[in-house]
Design a protein around this ligand. Sequence first.
Ligand code: WQD
Length: 339
Amino acid sequence: MKKHILVTGGTGYIGSHMVVRLIEAGMEPIIFDNFSNSKPAVVDRIEMITGKRPTLVRGDIRDEKALEKLFADFPIDAVINFAGRKAVGESETDPLLYFSYNVEGTIVLLRVMKKFGVKEFVFSSSATVYGDPGYDEFDENTPLAPINNYGLSKWMIEEVLRKTFKAEPDWSIAILRYFNPVGAHESGLIGEDPNGIPNNLMPFISQVAVGRRASLKVFGNDYPTRDGTGARDYIHVQDLVEGHLDALRVLDGKPQLLTVNLGTGGNTTVLELVKAFEKASGKHIPYEICPRRAGDKAAYWTNPELAKKLLGWTAKRGIEKMCEDTWRWQQMNPEGYPD
Ligand code: WQD
């Protein structure tokens, strides 16, 4: 049965990789996106990869009327919600924007889903809901204590989902908490294309390698890690979307609420990632050691056991593949997507 899957934020970094994977799995993705952090060219690239042009409806998830029209026009079976803002720094300077986009938007979406009897929902959450528990290996029982407004917005949405499920246990919900998504589709046709100066490490490194940035600022080398620089659980975007597909298969419209961390269980420091990227690209990545970034933890990663148990999912791709695929995307698109 062709499953019609609404993918909000489906032209974004992770959303676009999800749309490709859904088409490959024989499903019918419908993209709903306001292009606030992506470009229409992404749809052309999805068509180039899959040979199929996905349905695209332009709109904002806070627009209840637009969503109602969407659900009236298409026989939607399930929803994967990627739409939202994700820059930690911006969430501190503009909290209202984050709570409006992320929290208000998801509530409007859930209200319209309920109105149309669509109760299968996959939510893109984040490891930032955990904050800093005082240890490095997280699991799904790690206390929820977000320390920035981005993480708080994700925690708030999770609470809305937990309370909704408690009141209406016929919902079929997967909360997926991402660690650090990186990498790109191996065609090099889609990848991470941040607006302006990248906040995140991997896109910054790849922009240095391609000559768009002069050098990398390493935010602190006095952490208690292997080489003093920050360590994270980087996960290939292709493994990440595979986890979403496995979640859809497990949900299958059956009443439940599951919450899993999506990470590899490994961790890589900043300087180890620089080295791996230099090997993958053959380029030198100049860097300078700078003061620590406010709000950063030294190191964190996840125990990936529960995702394996509940979804039958484990990450398959390592750091080398993450760097190779990122570099191919960046080389083919030195300035990112065309306008
Ligand atoms: C990784 C490491 C930095 C940039 C954030 C969000 C998380 C998710 C992923 C949205 C840290 C160091 C970074 C640079 C550096 N976002 N670094 N120089 O902070 O772990 O996670 O992005 O879903 O929710 O919290 O990722 O890539 O910003 O940083 O030295 O120019 O690289 O200090 O140790 P982070 P990051």
